[in-house]
Design a protein around this ligand. Structure first.
Ligand code: PLI
Length: 460
């Protein structure tokens, strides 16, 4: 094969390897049946290429592993906490830091601190754990993302943007006092990893400020978002990702963070704020739910690894490689005409299961079925992001039928090589060729919360 463009190589080399178990199709058919056709219930051992999530599945560098040996495991005042705090101030610009065991620990405390029963919480599309914590605190989530985000095919450079009109209408309808805060997720996971523009977050911040409403950034993948701004938004092509990130975060009052994504670690998160009173409230709460305010459920070594991961994640060469590796998987599958969310997202390629399995009605969970079939074909583990993930309306008990019925092929950072991703593309293309024979699923067990994690199915 002749190259038509200059290949980009990984800006690192491999020092330690983890062998993978090779299984037969028969083994995999048995394993997925035992797992109730839910990829969350598979044993990791039985998975060949694990694209379930990019959360906590990243490979750490030698610099981060060296930092692990410098863990100061004091109960109080660990030096790793102070280092993490100084890096959060340097790279994100927030004044105060409360570490948490992971992102949902931060969401829990922030929701409980800021939401009064009956208030509304607008956001640019829901995320599962974020919305659940808002609801558990007595709030009601309102989706204020632009309409384009709900259409898998429409092209838009910043498909994660907040629709200012929807936000303003909500303020008019319910009154600013009934709005707890607005969350801006960057990039937007459930929309396919789509970014938010600088212009948009700036405008959201101005409108929110005018009405005395706080802006909370879900900074989980904000570094990946910053790369898109550098590549796509006028006036930013000469700025570094680090500079863009700092400006982006400046248009918010607080952030929740799952360090398990952008920050290249296996565990960790935090909530960061600018307001002293809110910090006081969070510091009181963290000792009840997570641990002392200088460790928040993390070991000192975990805080060190996260602080060091932050330094690596904002490097322009690294982030360009990261986003381009994901895009190259999408480009490969495009040759086979596979229906996908476009433009390609930052952390994952999302297969459009409604289009892929046109003959399977949404009530038979085509995305859940496609994820199971992909595992059977090649041992690739993906995640359903459709009707099963959307859950039920908490008032009526009816199942939500989201417009987007997707399978997410999520790429862990610095873990898989190009040949791994070639195999993924090949396997998806095979399933697409034989799609007419595929059958849907029936749910036979449904847990009360976040049902996608533990629900069980049978093949129809
Ligand atoms: O998994 P946590 O608790 O560290 O983080 C929760 C969380 C918050 N916000 C966003 C945008 C997420 O993507 C997120 C977790 N995402 C997971 C686990 C994922 O697989 O995408």
């Amino acid at each position: 094969m002749k190259f038509t463009t200059r290949p980009t190589a990984e800006p690192f080399k491999i020092k330690v390897v983890e062998p993978l178990k090779v299984t037969s199709r028969q083994d995999r058919e048995k394993a997925i049946k035992e797992a109730g056709y839910n990829t969350f219930l598979l044993r990791s051992e039985d998975v060949f290429i694990d694209l379930l999530t990019d959360s906590g599945t990243n490979a750490m560098s030698d610099y981060q592993w060296a930092g692990m040996m410098l863990g100061d495991e004091a109960y109080a005042g660990s030096k790793n906490y102070y280092y993490l705090e100084s890096n959060v101030q340097k790279f994100y610009g927030y004044k105060y830091l409360v570490p948490t065991h992971q992102g949902r620990g931060a969401e829990h405390m922030l929701s409980q601190s800021l939401i009064k029963k009956g208030q509304f919480v607008p956001g640019n599309m829901y995320f599962t754990t974020t919305r659940l914590h808002q609801e558990l605190a007595g709030g009601t989530f309102v989706d204020v993302i632009i309409d384009e985000a709900h259409d898998a095919q429409v092209a838009h450079p910043f498909k994660g943007n907040v629709c200012l009109q929807k936000f303003e209408d909500l303020i008019k309808r319910e009154g600013a006092a009934n709005i707890a805060y607005i969350t801006v997720g960057a990039t937007v996971n459930m929309a396919g990893g789509q970014p938010v523009s600088m212009e948009n977050i700036k405008a959201v911040y101005a409108l929110a400020n005018k009405h005395g409403i706080k802006v909370v950034l879900d900074a989980t993948r904000a570094i990946e978002n910053a790369y898109y701004i550098q590549q796509r938004e006028q006036g930013y092509s000469n700025k570094s990702v680090a500079e863009i990130l700092r400006e982006f975060a400046s248009y918010s009052d607080a952030a929740t963070m799952s360090g398990k994504k952008d920050l290249l670690v296996n565990i960790g998160g935090f909530v960061a704020v600018n307001d002293w009173d809110l910090f006081e409230e969070l510091r009181n709460m963290v000792v009840v739910y997570e641990g002392l305010h200088t460790y928040g459920g993390l070991a000192g070594r975990d805080m060190e690894a996260m602080a060091r991961g932050m330094e690596e994640a904002v490097q322009d060469e690294y982030i360009a490689y990261r986003i381009n590796q994901v895009a190259s998987l999408g480009a490969r599958m495009e040759h086979y005409g596979i229906p996908m969310v476009k433009p390609f997202g930052g952390h994952a390629i999302f297969l459009d299961a409604k289009k892929f399995y046109e003959h399977i009605p949404q009530t038979q969970y085509p995305a859940q079925a496609l994820a199971a079939h992909l595992y059977i074909d090649s041992g690739v583990r993906a995640m359903e992001r459709g009707m099963v993930s959307a859950g039920r309306n908490k008032e009526t008990g009816e199942e939500f039928a989201p417009k987007l019925e997707l399978v997410r092929l999520t790429i862990p950072r610095r873990v898989y090589t190009q040949s791994h991703l070639d195999l993924v593309a090949y396997s998806v293309a095979e399933l697409y060729e034989n799609r007419k024979k595929a059958k849907g699923l029936k749910m036979i067990y449904e847990p009360r919360y976040l049902r996608f994690f533990q629900a069980r199915f049978e093949s129809l």
